[in-house]
Design a protein around this ligand. Structure first.
Ligand SMILES: *Cc1c(COP(=O)(O)O)cnc(C)c1O
Length: 412
């Protein structure tokens, strides 16, 4: 693989090349990272193996909402590391009950199913919706359908890629799991037309992250909620990327004034320390699972629960939601000034933005590389969109510094 041209790598004393070569030689090539090799991080900043500092404008796709090395989260993890890290669910432990109680109370739900990755949470929600369809709604077994949206991103398992509309994510991973109906994102009429007696659930991202931070029309989610109520269908909101303060609300669906029956949570729930995910929702659905019907060796482990509890404590003050609103308003105002000057559109909510590069400008990859050489790390999603998602702990000065670099790279 040819190396790309970020200046750090042109430096002959750089140690980055040897690490990149090892990755290239020994790790599967399922990513194409920027040629930056991170060795340390703190807050909104990361430092590479050559001591060069960068602003983190991606924040682990929102897994690092509370910043790198957040002292409260590191303290909770460290304390739990010294006590007990894994029991398996064969036994009780003293973090699971409190974690589930605190997460249910925070999200206003009845019950919690802890898992690890986001994809597992989505898989679990699909299983729950199907079980609900057979046991509660009376759908004939094996006939349940779930309505999903085009351009969705819900993870990488074989079932989830079965209903992806991204050919790259899907091709050559079949045979595909049946039982999903795809409708255009934002089109509630199409969802209405797709609902049948066999519809178990509508699964949707309140804001589509991977698709480019796409905010749906204002009446989309409220109409889906009404359709679900009228037709006896579950609404599943995948808030793995949009949730946990990223958009200025605990849950992004609150901007649209709606509640889902099930929410999938992940990413920031693990505080950027370890994978922690969950399905949260009503007793009517989560109460259906009986012993032996679902599980995970690491799901709900003591370390995950202790970190998750520390995340919940941070979220319960509302401080991060507020920061996201305030810094987000500033971010969107500044990015908005670029529209018509190298940027064709900006989207998003809170401290989360999709920046659409105007025709004739650099590709998303080229823009990301140019930003990296200016000391700002972010990544394109789709070919021409930059996704901006700094840690919610970032200072206004640092945010401005990163936006200045974006203005330099994209502005015309
Ligand atoms: C990241 C993401 C997932 C998958 O999470 P993993 O932890 O990568 O499996 C699912 N849904 C959404 C909306 C996501 O952003």
């Amino acid at each position: 693989m040819p190396m790309t041209s970020v200046s750090a790598n042109l430096d002959t004393t750089s140690r980055a090349d040897e690490f990149i070569a090892l990755d290239e030689r020994y790790s599967a090539h399922n990513y194409h990272p920027l040629p930056v090799v991170i060795a340390e991080a703190s807050g909104a900043w990361v430092t590479d193996v050559d001591g060069r500092r960068y602003l983190d404008f991606l924040a682990g796709y929102s897994a690092l909402n509370f910043g790198h090395q957040n002292p409260d989260l590191i303290a909770a993890a460290t304390e739990q590391l010294g006590r007990v890290t894994l029991t398996s669910r064969a036994f009780h432990h003293d973090q699971l009950g409190p974690f589930c109680q605190e997460l249910a109370e925070l999200t206003g739900t009845d019950r919690v199913l802890p898992m690890n990755s986001g994809a597992e949470a989505v898989e679990s929600a699909i299983k729950l919706a199907r079980k609900w369809a057979y046991q509660v709604k009376g759908v004939p077994e094996n006939r349940a359908e779930i309505i999903v949206a085009g351009s969705n991103f819900h993870g990488r398992t074989t079932t989830i890629v079965s209903f992806s509309t991204d050919e790259e994510a899907r091709a050559e991973f079949g045979p595909y799991t049946p039982g999903f109906v795809v409708t255009p994102y934002g089109d509630a009429d199409a969802v209405e037309a797709a609902i049948t007696e066999r519809t178990a659930a509508i699964l949707v991202e309140p804001i589509q992250g991977e698709a480019g931070v796409v905010v749906p029309p204002a009446d989309y989610l409220p109409r889906l909620r009404r359709l679900c109520d009228e037709r006896g269908v579950l609404l599943i909101a995948d808030e793995i990327q949009s949730g946990l303060a990223r958009t200025g609300e605990l849950l992004a669906s609150a901007h649209d004034g709606i509640r889902a029956d099930l929410y999938t949570l992940g990413k920031a729930l693990g505080g950027g320390i370890l994978p922690v995910s969950a399905v949260v929702g009503s007793d009517e659905v989560l109460g259906l699972l009986q012993p032996g019907q679902h599980g995970s060796t690491f799901g709900g482990n003591p370390l995950a629960c202790a970190v998750g509890r520390a995340v919940i404590r941070l979220l319960s003050t509302g401080e991060y939601q507020q920061r996201s609103l305030e810094l987000g308003a500033h971010l969107h105002q500044r990015l908005g000034e670029l529209v018509g000057r190298g940027v064709s559109a900006t989207r998003g909510r809170g401290l989360w933005a999709g920046v659409e590069i105007a025709e004739g400008g650099p590709s998303g990859r080229e823009a990301s590389e140019a930003l990296a050489s200016r000391g700002v790390l972010c990544k394109q999603t789709q070919d021409t969109t930059l996704r901006i998602a700094p840690p919610l702990t970032i200072s206004r000065e640092d945010l401005d510094e990163g936006v200045d670099a974006i203005v330099d790279v994209l502005g015309s």
